[in-house]
Design a protein around this ligand. Structure first.
Ligand code: AMP
Length: 466
């Protein structure tokens, strides 16, 4: 999908000069389709239900109109009373909350409007003094917001605009009760902007319950995947997945790959196995402390880690500029997760590759995914090379030790079958060209200077850096 539009320019959207200046400095030339559609409607004060894939520029699509609508209230006074919370952005994860607020700060840099992010997993007392200084735009995860409400450290009585970002994931993560509690605390007269990558019936119900005559905006077919992303499937025995992954990583020039697993345990084991293969890998998942997750992300963004092994929840909302590749080591059982996963690459018009390693047992999930995205994914063939064979052998040995004889025999048969695949002579051109990161938006970095991690880091329990 082309994520920019030739017909509309930012200055035709009715945005104020300080916002246009910030957008220009950020390097954006044309609004993305979601921005072109959402910004004028949001400026008119309409409720929106927007279906936008990850990476389509949806943050600016709500942040810019929010800032514009709050400009008349902007005050350079230091009195907290002059800076009540007027816009509330709710996100499902801490990582997304951080990224959204970083973007808001960038777009607001030529205005006196102030923003803050609050999320769980860190000491609540560190957030309270910042809240007390007064801020117009608060980005929060639902649980921590309610903690602050209970401690009476914030007041939501003047919220004029509410954003539910990645609403589908908020429901998946069980935030519905929290959302209901929060919505009950907000003034009834307000504007609501809801963004969701997928449109399930549950999402439509949420929209019916909380939005007032919403305008539906879709920039791509709901549940669609980004056309900039080349999707491939390698059918491979479970026992050979690790070997194939190692081979794919060693053959690619990529500086950044996110590898998805279904469980924290697999993420942990795989990260360790990749480290043993000499690959700078790390893992993130929901049980990690906020500090560890930020450190791992920063190391990944800085290129100290090339392979980030992640579970769905941990990877949610990550915006790594120009991530060229994602690999599904395991296929998600919820097909919507596939859409979210591969949305990590091919962002804002860049191209990307999404590879899925699919074993026989996972074929049924693949069929569900293909049904959801309304297209079939090309099955590719590949030949294992020597190094990978060695790894395949060790993977088999590990498997053999942990399973009974019959299971091992069938694994062995599968392994033999999958080694018969022949490598296609012409491979994707992406593999041939060196990795060239394009100029990304300069984002403030979290201070992780305390981290003196080795390039091959180990964040999960029981892991040791090599
Ligand atoms: P989002 O979907 O909001 O997470 O945005 C994905 C990426 O697109 C971020 O890195 C943004 O900085 C970038 N982006 C947003 N709007 C534009 C635009 N109009 N032109 C180019 N890049 C953009």
């Amino acid at each position: 999908m082309d994520t920019t539009t030739d017909t509309v320019l930012f200055d035709a959207l009715g945005l104020a000069a300080p916002l246009l200046k910030a957008v220009q400095e950020t390097g954006y030339t044309t609004p993305t389709p979601i921005q072109a559609k959402a910004i004028p409607l949001a400026l008119q004060g309409m409720d929106l239900m927007a279906g936008a894939q990850t990476g389509t520029g949806k943050t600016a699509a709500f942040a810019l109109p929010i800032l514009q609508k709050l400009l008349p209230f902007a005050s350079s006074s230091t009195s907290p009373a002059k800076h009540p919370i007027r816009a509330l952005v709710l996100t499902p994860t801490r990582e997304l909350a951080i990224q959204v607020e970083e973007s808001i700060k960038i777009y607001a840099k030529h205005t006196p409007l102030k923003s803050l992010v609050v999320f769980g997993g860190v000491d609540i007392k560190t957030q309270t003094p910042h809240l007390k200084t007064g801020i117009e735009i608060l980005v929060a995860t639902p649980g921590r917001l309610l903690d602050h409400v209970e401690q009476k450290t914030l007041n939501l009585g003047q919220v004029q605009i509410l954003v539910l970002d990645e609403a589908d994931r908020m429901l998946d993560m069980g935030f519905m009760p929290d959302l209901k509690r929060i919505l009950a605390l907000l003034p009834k007269q307000r504007q609501n902007l809801m963004f969701s990558a997928t449109f399930s019936n549950e999402i439509k119900k949420l929209a019916d319950d909380f939005l007032t005559n919403p305008t539906l905006i879709e920039v791509a077919r709901s549940n669609a995947t980004n056309d900039n992303v080349t999707q491939k499937v390698y059918v491979v025995a479970q026992t050979n997945k690790q070997a194939l992954l190692t081979q794919l990583l060693s053959e690619s020039d990529s500086q950044q790959v996110i590898i998805f697993t279904k469980t924290k345990i697999t993420a942990s084991k795989l990260s360790r196995a990749l480290q043993k293969e000499g690959i700078a890998a790390d893992a993130i998942h929901g049980d990690k402390s906020q500090k560890e997750r930020i450190e791992a992300l920063d190391a990944f963004k800085a290129g100290k880690i090339t392979a980030l092994v992640a579970t769905d929840v941990a990877a949610r909302g990550l915006d790594i500029s120009d991530l060229p590749m994602v690999i599904n080591y395991e296929i998600p059982s919820a097909p919507e997760d596939y859409v979210h996963r591969i949305g990590r690459t091919g962002r804002a018009g860049a191209s990307g590759v999404a590879i899925s390693l699919v074993c026989e047992e996972e074929e049924k999930y693949l069929a569900e995914i293909e049904k959801l995205i309304k297209r079939s994914i090309t099955r590719e063939t590949i030949e294992f090379k020597n190094t990978a064979k060695k790894a395949a052998k060790s993977a088999y040995t590990e498997d053999h030790n942990s399973q009974n004889a019959n299971e091992s025999l069938s694994s062995n048969r599968q392994a033999t079958k999958s080694r018969q695949y022949v490598r296609k002579p012409s491979c994707d051109p992406w593999f041939d060209k060196p990795y060239e990161p394009s100029v990304a938006v300069a984002k403030p970095q979290y201070n992780t200077s305390s981290s003196n991690k080795a390039p091959v880091a180990a964040l999960l329990g029981g892991l040791r850096a090599k």
